[in-house]
Design a protein around this ligand. Structure first.
Ligand code: ZN
Length: 202
């Protein structure tokens, strides 16, 4: 197993051990030159052994069959040439927020903390699509040109990064902020102001 593949296996085990994925949900990919290593379909992130290998066009080059959500990962690699890794989970609190009525589709979560503002920024909400409906890929690709993290309605978060740690950090930050958001639901809150958010980006 290559060092890069080992990093995917270790991240999967870590996400699973901390309850950020359950059952056989969630998937991870990393770019390796002109190929993409992806977690396989039907395998728990806590028990990864072998990875699927695809080209960036989605052709299966080796290993077991990839996750059925591979098309979402490939949408990020097409839209963001600087992306080297993508992480997607069905983490409980993020998934709960993705089921709420009345969210702002251009930004599903307010900037409650500085870390959220720095690691995620804005989080567009993509409309619900049935599992395997690849028309979601075109929407994700369009939004991914401007945003490295997206929330899929009635589903969960997906985030890209320059490396695996950055992509995982973004998904974990979404989950933590979703948890805070739900704890504060129906309570008056004071998110960061636009000036405070702008100062973090400077
Ligand atoms: Zn999913």
């Amino acid at each position: 197993m290559t060092d890069l593949a080992r990093q995917v296996v270790d991240l999967g085990a870590s996400l699973f051990a901390r309850g950020l994925t359950a059952g056989r949900t969630g998937n991870i990919s990393v770019r390796d030159g002109d190929r993409v290593l992806l977690t396989p379909t039907g395998v728990s992130l806590g028990a990864l052994a072998e990875l699927s290998v695809l080209d960036t066009g989605g052709r299966h080059l080796g290993g077991p069959p990839p996750t059925k959500e591979a098309f979402l990962h490939l949408a990020f690699y097409r839209a963001r040439p600087q992306t080297s890794a993508v992480v997607h989970t069905h983490s409980t609190h993020s998934a709960a927020v993705s089921c709420l009525a009345g969210l702002d589709p251009s930004n599903a979560l307010p900037p409650l903390t500085a870390y959220y503002a720095m690691r995620v920024g804005s989080l567009p909400l993509l409309p619900y699509h049935a599992p395997g409906d690849t028309s979601l890929g075109a929407l994700a690709e369009e939004e991914a040109r401007e945003h490295h993290a997206l929330l899929l309605a009635n589903h969960g978060p997906i985030a890209a990064g320059g490396d695996l740690a950055a992509a995982a950090d973004a998904v974990e930050e979404i989950e933590e902020t979703a948890r805070i958001f739900l704890l504060l639901r129906n309570t008056e809150t004071a998110p960061l102001t636009p000036d405070q958010v702008a100062a973090l980006r400077a």
